[in-house]
Design a protein around this ligand. Structure first.
Ligand code: ADP
Ligand code: MG
Length: 296
């Protein structure tokens, strides 16, 4: 258990089990990274809004925020925060963000809830399609325009119609590019896996020097991508922060959770990056390589 103690002082917590027994699993060939909250800071902000119906901007934001208020997702926090700011600036019919009824989380897609008797959906294209909400050419245009700028387009439907959309930006972590290139020098390849759309994901991956991307992947799909690689004999580490990453964290040879991530992810992982710094992925891999060479 040397590695466990050593790691902890270096910002890497190796959980339970026998670190030595698992050391061979750490001869990682590929690191699969979740995007939101893992490669990106995870504190997205709303940078643009677009209305596609006759609601006022304040009503639109209030209704979206009400649907999102109970969600833990960073995108939800961005929407709630933005609505709050607008309210402070311009005042609003609603004093507080109201709580939705029948609130439901659709992992990797969005949320739904009943706000003041109206069915509100906030999420991506997949959520809208699953709920039979039609997307007009205007909406499609705004989406692709937004996504080409490496922004995430979040759609809001009220009673089955798109009412408007948010463009959301989440900057990449300062160390992310460095870690990807360092891994490459160790002959370890990096892959991005995300529930976000292809255009946004590809734009961000390019920025970081990641050439392989799996986008529009739901939580079980993330785990499937890992299993496919494992079937080809590749040893895979998964790094993630969200509830939506937990099946993948379990499926991977080594699951690494971001310390600041959700409890569910930390529970599912073998290793916790306590400082939430991606550079500690390298610390963990180094540590296990040293452990392994000591056994040999
Ligand atoms: P990632 O895999 O990058 O961490 P998620 O799987 O959590 O992302 O989410 C994938 C996509 O689903 C998001 O980019 C967003 O479009 C949509 N989404 C998920 N949760 C929400 C939410 N609470 N509100 C709005 N959109 C959401
Ligand atoms: Mg995430």
């Amino acid at each position: 258990m040397v590695a466990t103690g050593k790691g902890a002082s270096q910002g890497v917590l190796i959980k339970g089990g026998n670190a030595l027994e698992n050391a061979h699993k750490m001869q990682v060939q590929t690191v699969m990274f979740d995007k939101t909250g893992t490669l990106t800071i995870g504190k997205p902000i709303v940078v643009n809004t677009m209305l596609f119906s006759n609601v006022s901007i304040q009503e639109f934001c209030d209704v979206a925020a009400a649907a999102e208020v109970n969600s833990e997702h960073p995108i939800a926090k961005a929407v709630v925060e933005y609505a709050k700011k607008l309210r402070q600036k311009y005042g609003s019919a609603m004093e507080h963000v109201t709580e939705p009824k029948d609130f439901e989380v659709h992992p990797g897609a969005g949320v739904s809830g009943n706000v003041g008797g109206k069915l509100v959906l906030v999420g991506n294209k997949r959520l809208m399609q699953a709920c039979n909400v039609p997307l007009s050419p205007d909406v499609e245009d705004y989406m692709s325009e937004t996504e080409q700028k490496a922004r995430t387009c979040v759609l809001v439907a009220i009673d089955g119609r798109i009412a408007g959309a948010f463009a959301i930006t989440d900057p990449v972590k300062p160390e992310a590019e460095r870690v990807v290139s360092y891994l490459r020098s160790m002959r370890i390849s990096s892959i991005m896996v995300t529930g976000d759309n292809w255009a946004t994901a590809t734009a961000i991956a390019k920025e970081l020097g990641i050439s392989k991307v799996f986008a529009e992947t739901d939580p079980l799909g993330k785990a499937d991508k890992i299993k496919e690689l494992q079937m080809k004999g590749v040893t895979v580490a998964m790094v993630g922060d969200g509830i939506n990453d937990s099946p993948a964290l379990v499926a991977a040879d080594v699951g690494m959770a971001i310390g600041a991530g959700t409890d569910v992810a930390i529970e599912a992982a073998d290793i916790v990056l306590i400082k939430s710094n991606l550079e500690d992925i390298i610390t963990a891999i180094d540590l296990s390589r040293k452990t392994l060479s000591r056994i040999r």
